[in-house]
Design a protein around this ligand. Structure first.
Ligand code: ZN
Ligand code: ZN
Length: 581
């Protein structure tokens, strides 16, 4: 279910007293501000589990039971707020409120679409897994442990009805989601049991209260096990294909990505970009050949030659114990470069805190930004960097070749400066709880991907051919994610064809390619967000350059673009184009 998917970078830190403040205060804007307040309150009431995960804890004891009455309630909620929206004159709203209007409208329409047309509640058994929501309550310290444990106990006592309804709902599931549901529920309940029993030992609750919660856990565990057994025995004579098909794909793409382009246009653009990248990579590899291979004969196949060059250059990387410090050292250099080249204002009062990745992030080394949710006043934003300590030499070496000298710098640009972190700082200056809740993933990822190219275009890395080659490889991943997703879900691409694309045309390792195949067979559309956002931002920049001529200024473009917050690029484009008129 989309709404329980938490993308770390979409939640923004802000003061809750200021949540609904608009810049302008026309009568319509004031009325719209109070409408938003009402809407958000009601949204949490109708979506208690989502509320818990976003940090609104009034409904922590409630588990959503997805029966017909619940779904009818969701549809009625959405229709009624769509009606209320119609009472506002969009044109009379401030630009920030107009975007909030668009985001709310899109959410409400998509909510109806997911329930009445997509119907994942029928064919996707993995949409039923209540263990993650409870584990979240256990691991986040938003309230004293005792209080959280009591709510957890109440939630666990509803597991039986939750999974009974799930069993009734399931019809013609896909084999892939059936399997995924068994794995995720089994893993989820095992981890939850261990952690919950641990926490109960630490808690100061009275013995009888603890005993009650333990009993609820036992009952909940049985409900999950029954569900897994039900799925195992399920006679799936007519399984649905995991491929979404053209119609549903087109609609979901519209709601999720909210692009000015159709998915077909994005697909064609990605195919063209792939050819362009291969061509550029060939030219660089050809030029660099003698530097790395002397008089050795070049492979006849151009893709094979590029691969040899990439493998050779990847050997340049930091030592395992220098991984974190290398990342930390790069941040001020990125800021310095941006200031020298006048690319975007970086607020010096908001330096990024680098920390070692916390244990609960499950040891996926790498880097990510985490920031507090809209209800978490005064929380910190961190740059989490994984540690390679305890890794085997072989595993560390393979990882460090992937995140080699060049790619590590591009990763920093993407995650931190001027990528996700910089975008976050700007969006905090235009606080909107609507954008914090419904922020557009394609805009957020697109900005980070755009930032990589923008930095290199302006001379970051001294135009070293090796840096460009590695950047192209990195960009190719984004491009091929899009090609893969569209081809699999709308064009029947086979697993063998997919692995060929990823390994031979995108230069990925076998394990990475196999993992991507698994991902694309249980998700859809999300993999296109990176490239779509990137293309839209790049196209907008070029469009404005053309229209503004000598008045175009890159720094001003970046700052203006980010000032709207995490709205779809399509909406930002409309506002920016209307402003230059
Ligand atoms: Zn090495
Ligand atoms: Zn990203």
């Amino acid at each position: 279910m989309r709404k329980y998917f938490i993308l770390l970078v979409v939640v923004f830190c802000m003061d809750s007293t200021n949540l609904f403040a608009g810049k302008e205060s026309s009568v319509t804007d004031k009325r719209f501000d109070s409408f938003k307040e009402r809407f958000i309150k009601d949204l949490w009431k109708h979506n208690p589990m989502w509320a818990t995960e976003i940090g609104f804890h009034a409904y922590d004891s409630i588990l959503e039971i997805n029966n017909e009455q619940y779904r009818n309630g969701q549809v009625a909620f959405s229709k009624s707020y769509l009606d209320s929206l119609k009472t506002f004159d969009k044109v009379a709203l401030s630009s920030l409120n107009r975007m909030d209007y668009g985001l709310i409208e899109n959410y409400l329409n998509s909510n109806i679409f997911y329930i009445t047309e997509m119907k994942g509640w029928q064919w996707n058994p993995s949409s039923y897994n209540a263990t993650g929501n409870v584990a979240f309550m256990l691991s986040e310290n938003y309230e004293p442990l005792n209080k959280r444990l009591v709510n957890i106990g109440k939630k666990l006592s509803q597991f039986k009805s939750y999974y009974e309804v799930a069993k009734k709902n399931i019809a013609n599931p896909t084999d892939e989601h059936l399997k995924l549901a068994m794995e995720q529920n089994a893993g989820g309940i095992a981890a939850l049991e261990t952690d919950l029993l641990d926490s109960l030992k630490q808690s100061t609750l009275k013995a009888d209260v603890k005993l009650n919660i333990t009993q609820s856990l036992t009952d909940a565990k049985k409900a999950v096990e029954d569900y897994i057994a039900f799925l195992k025995d399920f006679k799936n004579e007519n399984p649905r294909s995991f491929r979404l098909g053209k119609d549903l794909y087109a609609k979901k793409f519209e709601y999720e990505i909210q692009s000015q382009y159709t998915y077909q246009q994005i697909y064609h653009s990605a195919m063209q970009r792939k050819s362009y990248l291969h061509n550029e990579m060939f030219k660089i590899s050809d030029k660099l050949w003698s530097k790395y291979f002397g008089t050795k004969a070049k492979p006849v196949d151009s893709l094979a030659m590029i691969k040899m060059m990439i493998d050779t250059i990847s050997v340049r990387h930091v030592k395992p114990d220098e991984f974190q410090s290398a990342i930390e050292k790069q941040l001020p250099e990125l800021v310095k470069f941006i200031n020298e080249k006048n690319l975007i204002y970086i607020d010096p009062s908001k330096p990024l805190k680098v920390r070692r990745e916390p244990a609960y992030m499950a040891g996926v080394a790498g880097a990510s930004i985490s920031s507090p949710g809209p209800y978490d006043k005064g929380g910190n934003t961190y740059y989490n960097v994984g540690s390679l300590s305890g890794w085997s030499a072989e595993r560390a070496e393979s990882y460090l070749r992937e995140y080699n000298h060049y790619i590590l710098q591009i990763l920093n640009i993407h995650e931190a400066i001027p990528g996700h972190y910089t975008q976050l700082v700007y969006s905090n200056n235009a606080p909107s709880i609507i954008k914090a809740v419904f922020g557009n993933g394609a805009m957020i990822e697109g900005w980070a991907v755009y930032g990589e190219l923008m930095m290199l275009e302006n001379g970051y890395g001294d135009n070293e051919p090796e840096m460009w080659l590695m950047y192209y490889k990195w960009n190719l991943r984004t491009v091929c994610n899009t090609i893969l997703d569209v081809s699999v879900h709308t064009k029947d691409m086979t697993e063998a064809q997919a692995l060929n694309l990823l390994e031979n045309e995108a230069f990925q390792q076998k394990a990475e390619a196999q993992g991507k195949w698994r991902r694309v067979s249980v998700t859809n559309v999300q993999l296109t967000s990176y490239y779509t956002g990137f293309k839209e931002i790049y196209d907008l920049r070029e469009e404005l350059k053309k229209k503004m001529g000598s008045k175009f200024n890159l720094k001003a473009f970046h700052e203006k673009f980010l000032s709207y917050g995490s709205a779809p690029v399509k909406m930002i484009r409309e506002e920016m184009l209307s402003e230059i008129k």
